[in-house]
Design a protein around this ligand. Sequence first.
Ligand SMILES: NC(=O)c1ccc[n+]([C@@H]2O[C@H](COP(=O)([O-])OP(=O)(O)OC[C@H]3O[C@@H](n4cnc5c(N)ncnc54)[C@H](O)[C@@H]3O)[C@@H](O)[C@H]2O)c1
Length: 669
Amino acid sequence: MNHNAISYGRPAPTDRSAPPSASASSRFVIAVGTDMLIVAVCFGAALFFRFRAIPSTQLDMYFEPLTRSIVPIALLYAGANLLARLDEQIWRYASVQEVISLWMTTTACTLFTIIVDVGIGMTRTRPLPLSVVLLGGILTFFAFVSARYRGRLITGVVWRLDALRGKFPPAQVRTLIYGAGDAGQVLARQLRTKTGIESYVICGFVDDDLMKRGRRIQGIKVLGDRQTIANLVDRERVDLIILAMPSIRRSELSDILSQCQKTRARIQVAPDIMGFIAARKPEPLLREVGIEDLLGRSPIPMDHAAASGIITGKIVLLTGACGSIGSELCRQVAALAPRRLVVVDNNETGIYDLEIEMRTRFPAVDITSVIADATDGHKIEQVFREFAPHVVFHAAAYKHVPLMERYPEEAVRVNVGGTRVVVDLAQRYDAERVVLVSTDKAVNPCSVMGATKRVAEMLVATAGQAHAVNMPGTVTRRTLCTAVRFGNVLGSRGSVIPTFARQIELGGPVTVTHPDMTRYFMEIPEAASLIIQAASLTEGDDIFILDMGDPIQIDDLARKMIRMRGLRPDVDIPIVYTGIRPGEKLHEELAYAAELKQATAHPRIYRHSGGQYQDAASTDAAVDRLLSLAAPESRTQLVAALFDLARADQASSGALEQRFGLQSPVLSN
Ligand SMILES: NC(=O)c1ccc[n+]([C@@H]2O[C@H](COP(=O)([O-])OP(=O)(O)OC[C@H]3O[C@@H](n4cnc5c(N)ncnc54)[C@H](O)[C@@H]3O)[C@@H](O)[C@H]2O)c1
């Protein structure tokens, strides 16, 4: 038995084999002594209560046998507690179970004492009246419990007394509401009546409408416009700014957020206050500011007719289906009611999770999951032979720039080899269209990853030129091959936003590669919807570029993310600049100068054509050579051949010179 732990309410040590220390032994003696004292006092009190009516001279008659028997009785109770290991219990964290254990040991000891008492009574006078043993046992139980739980009992009583005296009023949150329109007014009313651990004190409204300035609404003053927010927060000691403008454009919201972020106040958004009141939507009253609010982009609804024209009733095959973009493509394609959706990925767990999600969300859609590597021509051909897809989205790829610098053979195998397999088979099995999901890193690539995606784009472009199958009769039919190119998507796996979020959660530092680095960003659902739209727009041999808005400074993004969590950059969360990593550019570009940009029916999608590509045969031969070099032992040759091919058909903008040190670096776009 571990005697080190004996002390009511103290943590037990973990090393049960260690010999008891001097202080542990003394704690053991104190615990046993305390239990024995409790038993003695309780039995004494029981005797006193039982016989308090009789004269004190006669009381001695009962006290005298008690004094003789109390030591063995007390030893019995204390010993039982030791046997039940109640001495090892950390009483601060004890539950009902421990009280039950105490009840059982005390009851057992009381019964035993009664049996012994009655047994002795058979030959001579019973030492103790049964009523005293019974009452003594009950009092002992309550005293044992009280002694062990005394810390919790005292704290609880003190807390209750404090609560009764009103010592814990709800925290008061001094609040500024941005927007004095209907939504702001309803929100003010809601907040004033809201009860809970926080109560809101509305300091005032902020509104850009000059007519409202200085007026009172529900007794609350309109204090100023967005330019005055910083002053108002200081003057009114504002803790929280709530944006209550549900129908505001994202660009304006982003501007207002920039003003709010200059202050020290927390910022929240009332997304749909009217919906909340009508309880039509199970949304909370307030939500935190999201990165998408900072982007300043309002999503444009999908042209449903055009998208369903190529998907509804068709067989759709999707590679890289478990990825951030692939899985969203799955959801959006499934919502357009395809005849069958075939999802391909080499990530077994990912396919398992995706299958469960898709079957739950789209029970009416016929979904077939295939675990296969996109580079495995034999396996992928089986899939094409079995399902003969009409539309193919190829999103399977390796995408991490620094990693692919270290493993160029893998980047070439998957991004180039996989694209060749999928595009070839799409043509051989007469798919209507095949869409490569590409990236802005393919433009003037200076990374291995970007160069492989550029070669993949070239494969798609030249395959389209090469394949024009004359069908019987006069109809010419061919697979429409296209690529869709765009910048970063928000929150994709391993991307900057989840990384920053994790770093902030851990208390920093947040690592930014370079203070001037910029990237284009868009939300994953918007990217997926534009990819489907682009697929509906293709006439073959084209490349679509998605309008990404303005590039965002990564350093600024990190600072905003820190502020959004109510923390201060460089004060609460340090920002560390780690330097540009191999293969990274300061700024990405979306298009080559030689490409002709044409508007399409969709305001966010541009068709780029006129890229000067090599002929299909030369590209094919160069890709054959690349794939034959794709092994760790020929990395240097592979990288040289890769960049030779990736730059073969476009005038370099300087990115390659930067990589290979041929000229002074040209970093801006
Ligand atoms: N994430 C972005 O910000 C972004 C931006 C622009 C373009 N893209 C492009 O979109 C595509 C998908 O990117 P993502 O962010 O969804 O990446 P992701 O890593 O989340 O998804 C890629 C998926 O492809 C699968 N995959 C990889 N190699 C495969 C192979 N050989 N065979 C079968 N499956 C394979 C992976 O298991 C994964 O499920 C990539 O081509 C990428 O270049 C991504």
